[in-house]
Design a protein around this ligand. Sequence first.
Ligand code: FAD
Ligand code: NAD
Length: 481
Amino acid sequence: MANYDLSIIGSGSGNSLITSFWDDKRVVLADKGSGGTGAFGGTCLNVGCIPTKMFVRPAAVARGPEEAARLNVTQQTTAVDWPAMRDRIFSRIDAISSGGRQYREELEHVDLVAEKVALTGDFSEAPFAFVSESGVRAEADRMVIAAGSRPQLPQVPGMDLPGVHTSDTIMRIEERPERILVLGGGYIACEFAGVFSAFGTEVIQVNRSQGLMSALDADISAAYSVQAEQNWTVHYERTVTSVTEREGGLRVELVTSDGRVEDHDVDLVLVAIGRTPNTDLVGAAEVGLDLHPDGRLAVDEYQRVLRQGQPVEGLYALGDISSPAMLKHVANQEARVVAHNLEHPDRMRPSRHEAIPSAIFSFPEIAQVGLTQAQAADAVGAENLTTKIQKYGDTAYGWAMEDGHGIFKVIADRRSGRILGAHVLGYQASNLIQPVIQAMSFGVDAYTAARGQYWIHPALMEVTENALLGLEVPIPEDAPI
Ligand SMILES: Cc1cc2nc3c(=O)[nH]c(=O)nc-3n(C[C@H](O)[C@H](O)[C@H](O)COP(=O)(O)OP(=O)(O)OC[C@H]3O[C@@H](n4cnc5c(N)ncnc54)[C@H](O)[C@@H]3O)c2cc1C
Ligand SMILES: NC(=O)c1ccc[n+]([C@@H]2O[C@H](COP(=O)([O-])OP(=O)(O)OC[C@H]3O[C@@H](n4cnc5c(N)ncnc54)[C@H](O)[C@@H]3O)[C@@H](O)[C@H]2O)c1
């Protein structure tokens, strides 16, 4: 195949790099298709953020009767039509994916290689080449590796059985299971446990360690775990040793941390124990590129890939394959930076990795930004911290909701009022946290963030205002009142 100006591996966030700047140049885009579906457009669109949240929303609606009962309204969820829901969701997603692929195929200056590719040749300097499984070779002056990540599977017997799923396949199953075992206690496991339990499936969630979402702030992890234990079955300190077929389903054998063996009979298993960067699939180590111990590509602040500790000019990586935060908004930001740096190598811009927020769209929802309390104590000293945990239930809208579990925790440096982190558990957590993300991103202190703007009364957002006002921070001179 001919030479190119730009070569991209990965049609997720990598797809957005093909701006009008490249209209008069030649671009090659390789993608083998997203896991499970073979679709164009990467994880978020096909098997990640978007379809999961399209299941999370009906799950919240199905849970309506729980809140209604607290508010003296009787409601009933009488049926959940999984096949119709699945088809509605994927008819929209599949159309976007195939439309995106068709658009790229029709562009004269872009060639699409719909195959798995691997890096080949010398990667100390441009040009950079890849070769596809069928032998298509493409060489380019600049290359972006945006090949993402894939689900990890434990090395135990039975992982190849048809009833054992990952997030790549679980959303397209024919029927809603009556009983599912969800392995893992992180983002994906907690989101799917929330969805399936809302739809009436009996969920057994199994985690290796004690507590769910244990990487989060300890107060949030503990409060979420209590809620989850009330909403579905949760078992801690167990690992899976095998999955076998039995009549009508699967038998999962677990071993507890004290050596006991347990069997669980279920219809399906969902494995969600983390994701592996796809550096091995592209053969990054084979061409001498630097990897972190967890398998991610090493990059500098401009997203240039490192080789023997030095950035390789014209070679970039972005998203899950290189980022410590496997989040779509981070991949998107890195893609904007890479697009800029490709187009303006003389005035490159660094990626911004401060105040990265994330949300877990489980039941209840969780959102977080910045440092946990333990990390903040390490960073500035526990004696310099001020924290506030504002209950939703102690605000006017919380009364209206009769909310019993929502909390908004904020952490700041008591000497300066600098906000160090926020951690929210409850209804609309992912929205309520945004003013704190904004304050942290723009360097606004806690007092000014609270008093420098109106907050609509009695909106639920008063939870955020009250959390900020609850901190013991200095009032800046001439601060708004
Ligand atoms: C179930 C789930 C839910 C999620 N929900 C959220 C959420 O709510 N919010 C959020 O911020 N993030 C979420 N994420 C994370 C988010 O989806 C990822 O961070 C993001 O999609 C990564 O984008 P990317 O461009 O790095 O990789 P991808 O979108 O995965 O793109 C990589 C592409 O490279 C291709 N590829 C890989 N190897 C090769 C090869 N050798 N040859 C050719 N092609 C190759 C793959 O087929 C893939 O299409 C979720 C992830 C999952 C799995
Ligand atoms: N809403 C979102 O933003 C969102 C949603 C889904 C995924 N994601 C991204 O995708 C990444 C991967 O998600 P994930 O949930 O697979 O990973 P994760 O890292 O969030 O959680 C993995 C969990 O599995 C547990 N675990 C590991 N090995 C185990 C084993 N052998 N047996 C039992 N439990 C085990 C870990 O203790 C941990 O609780 C996330 O870290 C996140 O970056 C984001």
